[in-house]
Design a protein around this ligand. Structure first.
Ligand SMILES: [Zn+2]
Length: 217
């Protein structure tokens, strides 16, 4: 078996959602000064490649540690959305055109907008990402999707009300979200579906958790 890594790296001052604190990774103990090397990290639970649990948006919703792990291993379809304009709307028409006409129930959809390739603290990457529309979130619910991934820090863009609406629709209907994917070039040439897996770290009672998303070939 081969695994293709779909994660974005976490490092000191790594680009992240501007609503979250700056990532800090400090070497607390290092060789030379001590006999162990280890770091202390400061970062939001929604920074870097991570999964949103319902609790992220739904008061009283399920936390990440209570979600069955089997749900994070499944059949995934890449939607090639490269070429979409900054702040472009990901509508049902646009997304469905990038997916098979007969999308099976229980599919995981990975939105490859190209924004994972320009991950830098620029105004474009931070604030001008393409955004899923509420109508498209409803379309994913109607299609009985299992999960939705995006190659950016968020699915709804830098528009608080739009981002809240799409998270409420998806998480409220039991569709998990994986954000901050990086889609390597070779993935675009693969036949779909492929087996996707992203196991979240066991953060008790938390609204989301970091994960290592991969395709299993
Ligand atoms: Zn999140």
């Amino acid at each position: 078996m081969r695994l293709i890594d779909l994660s974005q790296p976490i490092f000191h001052t790594a680009p992240n959602c501007p609503a979250h604190p700056m990532v800090k990774s400090e070497v607390t103990s290092s060789h030379g000064k001590a006999v162990w090397c280890w770091e202390t990290l400061t970062l939001a639970s929604h920074t870097g490649s991570h999964i949103d649990a319902p609790l992220h948006k739904i008061a009283g919703g399920m936390p990440i540690d209570e979600m069955p792990l089997e749900g994070f291993l499944g059949s995934a379809y890449l939607a090639d959305l490269r070429g979409i304009e900054p702040q472009g709307k990901i509508t049902p028409e646009l997304l469905s055109a990038a997916l098979p006409a007969e999308l099976p129930e229980d599919s995981i959809i990975l939105m490859a907008t190209g924004w994972g390739d320009i991950r830098e603290r620029t105004s474009k990457w931070l604030y001008q990402s393409p955004r899923l529309t509420p109508a498209c979130a409803e379309w994913l619910v109607a299609k009985k999707a299992r999960g939705l991934g995006v190659a950016h820090w968020g699915i709804g863009g830098w528009d608080g009300s739009n981002d809240a609406a799409v998270h409420t629709i998806l998480l409220g209907n039991g569709i998990w979200i994986v954000e901050e994917l990086h889609i390597p070039e070779e993935v675009y040439a693969l036949p779909m579906p492929q087996t996707f897996m992203a196991l979240p770290i066991n953060l008790k009672g938390h609204s989301g958790a970091w994960c290592r998303p991969v395709l299993m070939l």
